[in-house]
Design a protein around this ligand. Structure first.
Ligand SMILES: [Zn+2]
Length: 225
């Protein structure tokens, strides 16, 4: 049975920031065009938006904006749509036999809300318990950054980070908490400047109360360096 949603329903889904799927919804022909071809098309689209808004693009300050935005979309803020940019899965053997929880906290998150295309800015905290494999610490930052560089829903970002690390580390014992501000909430709409959104995903042993509590206690520590 095909479920049809009218435009109004889609509008309110977006406004409530409800994502509809766990993986990023991609078109089947997503990679038919090269990045350079995409930049070329998007450049014209951005120009069209700006001109429709009434801006005079012959002004020196605005002249380069369409090209700059197009390059930024394809290569930077939405660069994580390109699977070729996925961080390589290099892992190490856990030589020290460290069997406790490893926590990497305060990983900077710069993402973009897929419902308004406005920034999501926050911190990710990740933990895992090694079953013999470890990853370099910077790898966790790179995985967060890769999935953040897409139009996102914070819940999906959290799940994607956990799933990727579960795969790389070959264990279910991975957890991630993301605490982030959504500029679409903070700067427009209801303009709630102070609020932030916390999402979490707990895999394997992190579903157990004691393990989950240990992780949450670590990330509560207010370390400033
Ligand atoms: Zn939004």
């Amino acid at each position: 049975m095909k479920i049809e949603k009218n435009l109004e329903e889609f509008e309110s889904l977006g406004d409530e920031h409800i994502g509809t799927s766990e993986s990023t919804p991609m078109r089947h022909d997503a990679f038919r065009l090269s990045n350079e071809e995409k930049i070329d098309i998007i450049k014209d689209d951005v120009r069209h938006i700006m001109e429709t808004l009434g801006l005079d693009l012959s002004d020196d300050s605005l002249n380069g904006t369409p090209n700059r935005v197009a390059k930024m979309f394809v290569k930077e803020i939405f660069g994580g749509l390109d699977p070729k940019k996925k961080p390589s899965a290099s892992t190490f053997e856990n030589k020290y036999k460290y069997g406790e929880m490893l926590v990497e906290k305060n990983i900077t998150v710069y993402s973009t809300c897929e419902h308004h295309l406005l920034p999501i800015v926050g911190k990710a905290h990740i933990a895992y318990i090694s079953n013999g494999t470890v990853v370099g610490l910077s790898k966790m930052n790179r995985i967060v950054d890769y999935f953040a560089k897409r139009p996102q829903v914070q819940e999906r970002l959290t799940i994607q980070v956990v799933k990727e690390l579960q795969e790389v580390l070959n264990t279910k014992d991975v957890a991630c908490v993301i605490d982030a501000k959504h500029l679409c909430v903070n700067s427009r709409g209801i303009r709630d400047i102070e609020s932030s959104t916390v999402t979490s995903e707990f895999g394997g042993k992190f579903k157990e109360e004691a393990t989950r509590r240990e992780f949450l206690d670590y990330i509560k520590l207010d370390t400033k360096f």
